[in-house]
Design a protein around this ligand. Sequence first.
Ligand code: IPD
Ligand code: CA
Ligand code: CA
Length: 274
Amino acid sequence: MADPRRFLEAAREAALATGRMLRAAMDEEVRISFKGTLDLVTQFDGRAQQMIDARLRAAFPDHGILAEEGLSRETGSPYRWIVDPLDGTTNFAHRFPIFSVSIALEKDGEGLVGVVYDPMRDEMFWALRGEGAFLNGTRIRVSTIAELDRSLVATGFPYDLRESPVNNVCHFNNFILRVQAVRRCGSAALDLSYLACGRFDGFWELKLKPWDVAAGAVIVREAGGRVSDFSGDAVPSFQSDIVASNGLIHEGMLEIIRLGEGDRGLDPQTPLDR
Ligand code: IPD
Ligand code: CA
Ligand code: CA
């Protein structure tokens, strides 16, 4: 019988080694290329992915993997790793020290292991389904704040925000007027981890990819939080539009999301009066 602790151990080891490489790379020259208008990638995204893939493949050659920088291996195994080798690339490229390594393992399409490592603060978040969530060895829980106007919530914006009016601007406006404050840190995996340990009370974002949320969603659930799509339905593994919270402010967050439905927001093609 496979021991999930072995999977967790391997994921933590890969995240730690990769995170240390990324931290050291902050002192090196970063070469930037663009995948889209705003979506950039550095040579270290690829290097980080290679490090993680090599470690996981050596330990579990029969497992599948899906990782952001063009890596997808189907093996027929019920186990599949979902990896964001560098979550927060824009921050990393600007030497803004908020980014992470995100590694999840799903079994039959459901999250089993989640590991998110922040090398700048040496904070390792992890969770194993049914066994709770931890930060550097200490058990973590979501916050107990129940009022929206006392809540600190986080979000992010999709890379196509200049091309598409479905760009989170209207939701951002609706939230900023109703909660204590909104933060946009630039790493969805860390946003979810911070929610899990009570630093944030809620998080929402749209157009995310599996590797942005797979690990963080396991950590939030194991910390007692709730993860859903925009209609409030629990999501077994990945949904591109996500609301996550301590559970207590979830319905309120969904109501704010509903306010923005049908609101096309500011059309990015509309010229601004200057
Ligand atoms: C991005 C970050 C960011 C979120 C974007 C993601 P990347 O991932 O998680 O916080 O707002 O939607 O694409 O490109 O840095 O791996
Ligand atoms: Ca990402
Ligand atoms: Ca990434």
